[in-house]
Design a protein around this ligand. Sequence first.
Ligand code: BGC
Length: 416
Amino acid sequence: MKKIALGLTAVALSLAATTSQAGQVEVLHWWTSGGEAAAIDVLKQEMKEQGDTWKDFAVAGGGGESAMTVLKSRAIAGNPPSAAQIKGPTIQEWGDLGFLENIDDVAKAGHWDKLLPPVVSKIMKYDGHYVAVPVNVHRVNWLWANPEVFRKAGASIPTTWDQFFVAADKIKKAGYIPLAHGGQAWQDATLFEAIALSEGTDFYKAAFVDLKDDALKGPKMVDALTKFKKMRQYVDPGFSGRDWNVATSMVINGKAAMQIMGDWAKGEFTAAGKRPGVDYVCLPAPGTSGQFTFNIDSLAMFKVSGKDTKKAQRDLARLVMEPKFQEVFNLKKGSIPVRLGMPRDKFDACADSSMDAFNAASATGDLVPSMAHGMAVNSMIQGAMFDVITNFFNSDSMTPEQAADKLARSVKAASM
Ligand code: BGC
């Protein structure tokens, strides 16, 4: 039987009929942290105002790995939700399996083709038809810093990796944790891809988009892996398995100086009532100021039956692209609107800088998809990369050269 990228078999196709209740939209997502929950509440409220019922299908776990596992078993059982947070090339995998609903009617009425950057609308379509609605644009290559900790340690907030290591030593000496990190595969990959990006956009694209063997095992990869491994000296012993938002709270409460994480971290600062530029500082990850690693959240629509269920699903798709939702949701989520031409006045300096960086990076070719957040490669290749990155980070014996070689070999095996 044909095995498709998601690891499902073609049998799943025949089981795709769903049984959602009338007028109800069931939405699978993994937005369960303080900032994330505040953001998704906006959509729940708006759906309620439309007279639709929201059935929450939240599966905790940053990066969405657990959510995707649960989604697969629900789909195989012939009972997928109406909508699920699915991103990037994975949308194509679900489309290949025949699960996704054509929502061209909503997109046409809402002028999505005009209101979305082409890099985004392409991802939302399967076989030329819209099957998903984009929610936001997250920038992944960010550094979040607590300026008070830096002040107390007599350190300067870094813009290069050399400066980072100097500052981290001072912070450690002063008794603080330099880098708040959670040892989970997707967080390791988030940190690693920020370091790899600083090796240059061409290198990043060659390794993580075009999967070129010589980039995957070449000197730039070895250098990135060497810097990545050095980070072990700057995380606290309790990092293993820690959730990303717990790591963010360590920066918020002054236990740690920095976190390298996408701007969903800003949602946590916002939910804690912290102000950018005062209580915390946002900066591009060291060495990546002109570059933008994008991560676009989207809700893919599954084939559902029943007039009311279909109506609720279409209400959902329509509302997500409307200016009101794009503003209120993104203010809470830490991301920027995906809809073009939105007013900026309510957004803070971090969002403003993200909007400028998105535009500038699009013009210079420095806008790249996030490997760690499922925007660059399919789920099998991403999984192969995660394994090598995490094993290397946690190994006491693997050299950067060995890890680079393993990365190239694993990617090749997963691509076959
Ligand atoms: C998602 C974000 C989410 C983050 C942490 C990312 O992959 O795109 O929306 O906040 O994971 O869970």
